[in-house]
Design a protein around this ligand. Structure first.
Ligand code: SF4
Ligand code: SF4
Length: 416
């Protein structure tokens, strides 16, 4: 460990910037103990490999900014280290009472969790990498999300976004450790897994647990905070957790098919038009090498989060907008012409990047809205709408609430 600390210091001095490399050297002994524990469940042979950090996300920040992030980084390392404590605990129970589960959820709520769900971990969900055997002790998972500051995410890439990302990772670490302690005190087996350095593919678990829906950028969007949240987990031996994920918000994926903004805005062209099935039947939404290179060189990027209407407009407003659209309008959208390949989303992305026009001109917008049968005077009602307009000579009209100069002024993007 001391060798690693020295290497980290040397590298930071040489680069005149904080550079922590792989923080897992801090928990090397614990990882080895975990690997030797006969109860651990390892990744499947074709499990997904862990993504690597490349570059230094702190480079380009002023020394003052770097130092002000230091307490958050240290806090994240502390929670990561804590998550390995007490793993030799022997559980005495594996069934939870209804009122205990309610108390657990109330505790999570007090700690700032915005959504929580339950699932079973498959070996394909466990990440594999060259450095460590990532292993989990228990097969049942409590998955949760903690909210980020949407305004700070909207500033991506840069200091504000890095700060809220680190703050929220810290929240997931504190929550995971406290929920694990809560369970261990009551005789259950529990292993915390903070958001930073997770052992499993969190979006897959969150999707299966029903706490949110996938966006095209591969992140989960929750009804509480859309894209602006981070995930964490607690693995446990509790066998009767309610794993029924309930009704799904299928409209989210349909909306994504009409949007594609993250794909167009990604500066590294990393997000795939269609997700690919990869090792272990996992879904791959973006090219991890391309993302990681840009991410490492540009303060953790997050442009895809910032640009997403689920951040700019919000989940509820989008849902309201979708459900208020007439069936005619839905029909019109679904009949948007396809290219020869028959791939509507491919065509839309190609078109959108080549021929966009955005207007904030009130008169023009009012006329468009009138044409579409919408009330032009109630700007606050509009989330993002995707509608076809033959009259205006555009195949799609995107209406979003803009940020400036008034918070509810719409911005209309016309796609020819
Ligand atoms: S973080 Fe940046 S580079 Fe990576 S997928 Fe998102 S927008 Fe693209
Ligand atoms: S930017 Fe658009 S396509 Fe991408 S995840 Fe958000 S809503 Fe979906």
């Amino acid at each position: 460990m001391f060798e690693n600390v020295k290497r980290t210091l040397r590298r930071s001095i040489a680069r005149e910037s904080l550079d922590f490399g792989d923080p897992e050297f801090l928990v090397q002994a614990e990882l080895e103990a975990l690997r030797d524990d006969e109860r651990t469940i390892g990744p499947a042979g074709d499990a997904r490999t862990k993504g690597e950090f490349r570059g230094n996300v702190f480079a380009g920040l002023s020394l003052r900014e770097q130092l002000s992030l230091l307490p958050l980084i240290v806090g994240n390392f502390r929670e990561m280290k804590r998550s390995y404590r007490g793993l030799d605990h022997t559980p005495t129970r594996d069934t939870i009472e209804e009122d205990e589960l309610e108390t657990l959820e109330a505790r999570a709520d007090e700690l700032g969790v915005d959504s929580i769900g339950y699932t079973v971990v498959d070996r394909e969900d466990i990440l594999e990498d060259d450095v460590t055997d990532r292993s989990v002790l228990y097969q049942h998972a409590i998955v949760f999300s903690c909210p980020m500051d949407p305004e700070a995410v909207g500033e991506a890439p840069g200091y504000d976004t890095l700060e809220t990302v680190n703050e929220t990772y810290l929240d997931t670490g504190v929550v995971a450790n406290k929920l694990a302690d809560f369970l261990k005190e009551r005789g259950f087996g529990a292993q915390a897994d903070p958001g930073l350095g997770g052992k499993t593919n969190f979006p897959t678990l969150a999707d299966r647990a029903g706490i949110g829906e996938y966006g095209r950028h591969g992140m989960i969007m929750t009804s509480e905070n859309g894209i602006t949240q981070r995930l964490g987990a607690v693995y446990t031996n509790i066998e009767n957790l309610p794993t029924d994920s309930g009704e799904r918000d299928d409209w989210v994926w349909e909306f994504c098919q009409q949007c594609g903004k993250c794909i167009r805005d990604c500066p590294a062209d990393a997000i795939r038009v269609e997700p690919e099935r990869t090792e272990g039947d996992n879904l791959s939404f973006y090219d991890r090498d391309a993302c990681s290179e840009y991410f490492g060189a540009n303060n953790g990027c997050a442009v895809c989060m910032s640009a997403c209407p689920f951040n700019r407009v919000g989940y509820e407003a989008l849902e309201r907008n979708i459900s208020s659209r007439s069936s005619d309008a839905r029909e019109t959208v679904s009949q948007t012409p396809r290219d020869d390949s028959g791939d509507a989303s491919m065509r839309q992305v190609a078109d959108l990047s080549s021929d966009l026009r955005t207007t904030t001109d009130r008169e023009e917008i009012a006329a468009i809205l009138e044409d579409l049968g919408r009330k032009p005077d109630n700007w606050a009602e509009f989330g993002t709408a995707f509608v076809a307009s033959d009259v205006w000579g555009y195949s799609e009209v995107h209406i979003a609430r803009g940020d400036d100069p008034e918070p509810h002024a719409p911005v209309v993007t016309l796609v020819r």
